[in-house]
Design a protein around this ligand. Sequence first.
Ligand code: TMP
Length: 212
Amino acid sequence: MKGKFIVLEGIDGCGKTTQINELYKWLPKSGLINKNATLIKTREPGGSILGREIRDMILNNNKSNSPSILTELLLYSADRAEHISKVILPALQNGNWIISDRFSGSTLAYQGYGREISIDIIKKLENIVCQNIKPDLTIFLEISPEESILRRKNKVADRIESEGLEFLKKVNHGFKLIALENNWEIIKASEDLTSIAQQIQKSLINKFSLNK
Ligand code: TMP
């Protein structure tokens, strides 16, 4: 694989989307990317054409149509399978760089630790879905569950965001364990936006400047 795959993870409201937009502006000027490589910004769920329909299905707040937890896991997995086949794999094979807002770590944290589906089952499914694709770098933006809820208090919550504090605590705990187990870069995300952006840039420089 010639391209690079960078993922940002964290609980809702941790500021991933803002930081991804900053990274997307900074990376082309950083000198890290080969001149003829394209930089792609994407997300899960919803990074492919079919995935956008799956995203609407999963996050829809219509209580009468809520998926079971197993269906939810399979929908996130279907979204990822499509995202990998249609977007991530072709981009990496062509030497392009990808920044993704969430990837398989989110399934382990939300469906594994949050919904309490067996971690073993999730990892087996991940092996099938991911086709050996692993992020080159995953950055975990860490905020407390209380702060997550406070930051989103004026926004309409989607189905997962509506789960509340106890659920978020389990997910956040899961993210921390997964981050430590997999050597993710952990960045405290309650600091100011510029300092977080600089820390993210530093981790990319450390990771990629030798492998240009
Ligand atoms: P977003 O708000 O970051 O776009 O993510 C949508 C929601 O989906 C968010 O609450 C986290 C959740 N999610 C899972 O539960 N499992 C997954 O595998 C992914 C990718 C997201």
